[in-house]
Design a protein around this ligand. Structure first.
Ligand SMILES: Nc1ncnc2c1ncn2[C@@H]1O[C@H](COP(=O)(O)OP(=O)(O)O)[C@@H](O)[C@H]1O
Ligand SMILES: [Mg+2]
Length: 365
């Protein structure tokens, strides 16, 4: 029995990783040259998958460290994660990693916890001052020098640094990183406005310090080929027209497209040939509690009306739309759209999640 090739809840990798050749090449080149890089896009476009897949392709010559800022809950936790990740990735034996941490960071009083999967995490007892933190954050560079190698450290959902210890941490991190010629940093995040603010505002420490890469949706051609061949490989039929219909409905959104394919594949596997893509999508949208929840969290009437207009593909700035949807004035529309962009519902003037768009459209039909 084949597994569903459209698993959309896990990061994509290996045979299930689609395209991103150009981005992968840039990341590989940056890893080798030491050029730091920032990747941004709305959530669920594939940033984390891209980072992990490029880590796999970098192979063993360039050890990689992945820090998910969604899980970092304090400054000293960040230090622990950077050190643990580096020790685990650079050394093939944990004994060696542990002894290196002990040698280098003894004053920070490290302790070690083994995990069931064989990895060991490091906890530093003494990250009290900026000097301590600096020491810990230099660990990747020190290891890279020792072993005469390069290292890549990814900091995913990096805009959350604002919540940790805003300005001071940002300044410290920037100055530490600047001195690290053997470590390449990848910063990425889904809160596009916040991330751009960090890297594109002249008053901020990270201003123009990285190469900025905006990640778009997956290109249609390889996406289509992946969908066709995945059905074919698992012995199921799918005609080209249906693939086009799927991609049109989901607007090629990486995760949502796979989600719809996932359901279709299950149907076909169960021998159900006649169910239409539209009906499937309808069921998916009806059962997706996240959509209703998102809507319920929007308290402003103007925001709701603007979304309704956008869901119907009206031009929100046009005079007739403003009249018809009661959007007040052009400057109201501008302000409303800005705040919807800030909370990630809109991106470049459009509703990010195609399912949300269809859900809103349906309730106002
Ligand atoms: N290049 C890709 N190939 C295949 N699936 C992908 C790709 N990029 C994203 N996806 C799908 O979209 C989902 C969301 O991707 P993820 O990497 O978590 O996005 P982000 O980090 O931008 O929020 C993944 O679980 C995966 O199923
Ligand atoms: Mg992610």
């Amino acid at each position: 029995m084949n597994e569903n090739p459209f698993e959309y809840r896990l990061l994509a990798s290996g045979d299930n990783f689609i395209d991103r050749e150009r981005e992968m090449k840039i990341i590989t080149e940056c890893a080798k040259s030491g050029q730091n890089i920032t990747i941004y896009s709305p959530r669920r476009y594939g940033k984390s998958s891209l980072i992990m897949e490029s880590f796999l392709r970098l192979g063993e010559d360039i050890p990689t460290v992945y820090v998910d800022f969604n899980r970092v809950n304090s400054v000293s936790d960040l230090a622990d994660r950077v050190v643990s990740g580096t020790a685990g990735s650079v050394f093939s034996s944990f004994e060696k990693g542990i002894s290196m941490v002990k040698d280098t960071l003894l004053s920070l009083r490290p302790s070690f916890t083994p995990h069931e999967n064989g990895s060991v995490s490091v906890s530093l007892d003494m990250v009290k001052t900026e000097r301590d933190l600096e020491k810990a954050l230099h660990f990747p560079q020190i290891m890279a020098e020792k072993k005469d190698i390069k290292i890549v450290v990814a900091m995913d959902e990096f805009q959350r640094i604002n919540i940790l210890n805003g300005n001071r941490l940002e300044r410290l991190l920037r100055s530490v990183i600047q001195e690290q010629d053997r470590v390449t940093y990848i910063f990425s995040g889904s809160q596009v406005n916040m991330l751009r603010e960090i890297f594109e505002n002249g008053d901020r420490p990270f201003f123009q310090s990285t190469k900025v890469m905006k990640l778009g949706k997956l290109p249609i051609k390889p996406f289509k080929e992946y969908i066709m061949s995945s059905f074919e490989k698992t012995g199921l039929e799918l005609d080209e027209g249906t693939v086009h219909e799927i991609l049109e409905l989901t607007e090629g959104h990486p995760m949502r497209t796979k989600e719809l394919c996932f359901e279709l594949w299950n149907q076909r596997r169960a021998g159900e040939q006649t169910v239409s893509v539209k009906d499937l999508l309808d069921v998916l949208i009806t059962n997706d509690l996240y959509l209703e929840d998102t809507w319920n969290h929007i308290n402003s009437v103007l925001q709701r009306r603007t979304l309704e207009a956008l869901a119907h593909r009206e031009k929100p700035h046009s005079h007739t739309t403003i009249e018809e949807y009661g959007l007040k004035s052009n400057s109201h529309v501008q302000r409303t759209m800005k705040s919807l962009e800030r909370n990630g519902i809109l991106y470049e003037g459009e509703i990010v999640d195609p399912f949300l768009r269809l859900w809103i459209k349906r309730r106002t039909n």
